[in-house]
Design a protein around this ligand. Structure first.
Ligand SMILES: *[C@@H]1O[C@H](CO)[C@@H](O)[C@H](O)[C@H]1NC(C)=O
Ligand SMILES: *[C@@H]1O[C@H](CO)[C@@H](O)[C@H](O)[C@H]1NC(C)=O
Length: 244
């Protein structure tokens, strides 16, 4: 069994093992064995270099898992989250303009989207009051007053959504029940905005377009928040994270 002797080539050959060797003669490895060692070395080196080159190629060709990429790039992760919404551009700009740290976590993005919605709504608050003070048309004033109380109501509903996400230690942030409740609050807030828009829609000439555009913008924010929430499980899957 010649092959068993291959690796012995690296050791000293004991004189007793080599019948050709004479005492005090420089040690030589038999020709046949030398050939086998050379072939073996070639094969081993080829395998080592081959697997090294292979690993390098593998490294450069295969992309990191999507979840890893999302975790390391907050802009990409925000884009991924906003891609589930109907108004991805307004989702992206409203959340990034909050200037809050973007943690690559769908719950964080949902929270930020809700905060952006609250901000839009808060920005809206003073406008109907201003318009009322300038108006001398009773039906318009009445429609604007309705909007003021509808905005208040919508803000309250959004506040309740934040409350629902507050948890004590060991409690789950997002249970199915909570998700469903928050969906209800946001949907109801959207209905409030719709009602305001319908009211002022009838006052075409007397309510400036700017106001309608702003109400619509807050509507978009709510719609985006709702879409993120509706897709929260699949987003967590995409990010390779467990639902908190
Ligand atoms: C949502 O954001 C608010 C305000 O930054 C924060 O207090 C709250 O802890 C956040 N909630 C979750 C569930 O991340
Ligand atoms: C919502 O909560 C914020 C603080 O968390 C508060 O400042 C605001 O007045 C609340 N809005 C309503 C309509 O309750």
């Amino acid at each position: 069994m010649e092959s068993f002797n291959i690796f012995k080539g690296y050791d000293k050959v004991k004189p007793s093992e080599d019948p050709n060797s004479l005492p005090n003669q420089p040690k030589t490895i038999p020709k046949k064995r030398r050939k086998i060692i050379a072939i073996t070395l070639t094969i081993v080196l080829t395998l080592i270099i081959g697997s090294f080159v292979g690993a390098v190629i593998y490294e450069s060709v295969t992309e990191p898992p999507e979840s890893e990429e999302l975790a390391s790039n907050s802009v990409e992760s925000l884009k991924t989250v906003c891609a589930v919404t109907r108004y991805p551009n307004s989702c992206f700009s409203s959340i990034s303009s909050l200037n809050k740290p973007l943690t690559a976590n769908p719950l964080n993005f949902f929270n930020l989207s809700l905060q952006a919605t609250v901000r839009e709504l808060s920005n809206l608050n003073s406008l109907p009051k201003e318009l009322i003070s300038k108006s001398n048309d009773k039906p318009t004033e009445s429609a604007l007053k309705d909007c003021i109380s509808l905005f208040d109501e919508a803000l309250n509903r959004l506040n309740r959504s934040f409350e629902l996400m507050k948890v004590g230690p060991g409690e789950k942030v997002l249970t199915e029940m909570k998700i469903s409740d928050i969906q209800t609050w946001i949907s109801a807030a959207m209905t409030d905005q719709d009602t305001c828009l319908e009211g002022i829609g009838e006052m075409r000439s007397t309510v400036p377009n700017e106001f309608k555009v702003k109400v619509q913008k807050s509507q978009e924010c709510m719609s985006n928040s709702l879409a993120i929430l509706n897709n929260i499980q699949s987003l967590f899957d995409k990010f390779g994270l467990a639902m908190p």
